[in-house]
Design a protein around this ligand. Sequence first.
Ligand code: 5GP
Length: 237
Amino acid sequence: MKQRDLLYEGKAKSVYRTEKRGRLIVRFRDDITAFDGGKKDVVKDKGRYNAHVSSFFFQYLEKHGIKTHFISLLDSHTMVVRELAMIPLEMIVRNVAAGSIVRNYPFSEGAKLDPPVMVIDYKDDSRHDPMLNDDLILALRILTLAELRKVKAISLRVNSLLFDLLAEQGITLVDFKMEFGRQGKAIYLGDEISMDSMRLWDAATGESLDKDVYRFDKGDVMSTYHRVADRITGQKP
Ligand code: 5GP
C-alpha cells in the first residue's frame, strides 16, 4: 500500500489517500494536545504506542463481531483503514465518574456508573463539542432513528468487551470515546481507541494510565504510554 495525497490532518493523526480506492492510511504522529489544542507538545514514540494499542483493540473487537475500519498495521505508526464518511458524533461511554461528568453534574469522582452512562457530543472544536440528545441528532439529520439505536448498541457492546479485556490486566476502563463512519449503508467503528481517547486507571492503585497524565502534569507521559501499551497488548510495540 502506497501513501498518496494528504486528505486530512487532525491534532494527532494524518490521513492519506492510497493507490487503492476505498483504502486510506492513518499515520499516528507524536503530537499530543489537550484542552481543545490549548496545550500542545511532541512526545517521542507516542504515535507508535497509540497505533499499537488501537490496532490491537480493533483486531480484538473484529474477532468479537464489531465492524471496524481497521485493515492492517502498515508500520509501527501507520494503519491501513477502510475509507468511511465519518459521522460527526463522539460516542462517550462512562463506567466510573471522572472528568467533565464530575465538573458538570453532582457525581463524586470514582463513583461507579452501573449501568454505564452514554454521552453523545457533536464533534465540532469551534463549538467545543457540545452535548447532544436524541432529538437534536434526529433534527440535525446526523443519523436516522434506526442508525442511532444501532450506534448506541454497538457502543455499549464495545464498552463491555473492552471493560472485561482491560479488567483482566488490572486496568479499569473509566470512560472512552468512539467515532463511527459509514461505507454505503454499513456503519463501522472508526478513528482510534487509544490512551488519547480513554480514561484508564490502575485497578489496584487508581494511578492514571492515559492522557490525564499529560493534561494534569501527573508524571511522564511517554513512560506511562509505553507501560500501558505493553500491559494492554502483552507485546512490545
Ligand atoms: P470528558 O468528557 O470527561 O472530557 O471525556 C470523556 C472521555 O472521552 C475521556 O476518556 C476522553 O479522553 C474522551 N474524549 C472526550 N472528548 C474527546 C475528544 O475530543 N478527543 C479525544 N481524543 N477524546 C475525547
